[in-house]
Design a binder for this molecule. Sequence first.
Ligand code: AMP
Length: 577
Amino acid sequence: MQDDRITKLGAVPRRDGSGRALDWVEARRLLDGLPSGGLNIAYEAVYRHVARGDGHRCALRFIDKRGRRSDLSYEALAGEVSRFANVLARLGVQPGDRVFGLAGRVPSLYVAALGTLAHRAVFCPLFSAFGPDPIAVRLKTGRGRVLVTSSKLYTKKVAAIRDRLPELEHVLVVDAGLAPEGTLSLAQLMQEAPEAYEIGPTDPEDPALLHFTSGTTGTPKGALHVHEAVVAHHVTGRDALDLRPGDVFWCTADPGWVTGTSYGIVAPLTCGVTMIVDEGEFDARRWYGCIASEHVAVWYTSPTAARMLMKAGAELAREYDLSSLRFIASVGEPLNPEVVRWSVDAFGMPIHDNWWQTETGGIMIANTIERDVKPGSMGRPLPGVEAAIVEREPDGRVRVVEEPGVEGELALRRGWPSMFRAYVDQPERYAKCFAGDWYLTGDLARVDEDGYFWFVGRTDDVIKSAGHLIGPFEVESALMEHPVVAEAAVIGKPDPVAGDIIKAFVTLRPGTEVSPELERDLMAFARKRLGPAVAPRQIDFATELPKTRSGKIMRRLLRARELGLPEGDTSTLETFT
Ligand code: AMP
């Protein structure tokens, strides 16, 4: 196994003097809990700073698309969050009801997320790049009662699917102007709402967050998290991202992704940092400019973004004063070793890869500030996390692989606070994720003799494209809605920047001629329904798709053939031409 580690010069002492959390009980003591008992994410993130006399500190700094800044102190944020909680109360929203967010990085989205948690309703973020189909499926599966969105997104993506969503009672639009028909102006409701709100009794096991993720088959899965997750959010913010009170922190994750909540809202606020929220899209100059002008100390981003910056060149980075940076981390996809080495050249420090997923709710495996980095490795399990490589036995049990260097499935011993508690309405799918005490992640990995974990791949066919986890089934279903498509199969095709791009293979109904116009039409059709983040970037026409004898399309075989890789076991193959 390669070992070109990046050695940290001397141990970096923890400057907060708090020591490491040894277990979750100790981690829980780092939080305050509600004055009346219980544990509520919004309290730990916002109100407790005010109660401790730190309300004047800047909690959120918003930078809009045009570069204009606006700050919210913890105290001002508490006022806004309280107003939103009161808005929900007035609308008759009950604890446990689902409030969805579909918006870019605008202040109201952050206020809505925290206000929902304060009201003990469940917050569920959606990607604003989704098309109407993925939005409808998730709102329906999650039984969304309230949706917070913009007029533009509502008109473009939601208005036409509204009749499919009888349970969606209220749509609150965040813009200042006139609310479209069928929606309410959030600004107006907020104006009428009182600024004081007392959080009701919250059991740590009360549901708090719902994050949709994709599987290989069937509808997307709604992973449900509880208020106790905040224990993991907080301590991993501290230990994996090195967040300390007063730090300026920038998390570039899309607010629709689990990272956008766990580390784009909760962890940084519980740690008392100033969080930068930039509404703008990726642009190398804008990003470097943001780090320099905001004096960002800790920066959490994605491998796709890092690869795009690398493409723009280290010279560009050197044009900016990036000396405020103390720690850089990334998550969501494999981080190439050459990007880690490039980062040392460009920023004077490695990007620290870490690993987790929607179901784990928080970072589980990480390269931390104190330890050497082995480029290409995801790092080591955090304190309190027990990770292992396991093999599934035919009887359903798992065997822990003790020898280093052996590939197997990455498993985590259940019991960490941010572990998902259910897939909404799918208890069997949930149960299938566990074998005894082990949660099976669906990722393949290996561990080396120093305890560093290395990502190998997935055990299933889900695709990671520019950080989005995409279920092939959802894309195939949308393509098959097109009148000329008979069958569709979707794979991930390696791409130097996005990790993988979505490639579709389709067979056509008899009598349909293949043509460039048809290809363009299909692409546009998929884009309109699914949105640009999920739609295929390439479509190939086939006369037949490889299937097992039981009729399941063998995506793996299509991928192997596309990439010129060995085809593996094809004994169950039925036909292919
Ligand atoms: P999501 O639930 O959308 O956050 O996606 C989780 C999946 O992303 C994991 O199961 C992995 O397959 C992948 N992933 C997350 N972090 C990493 C990482 N550091 N290296 C490689 N793959 C990762």
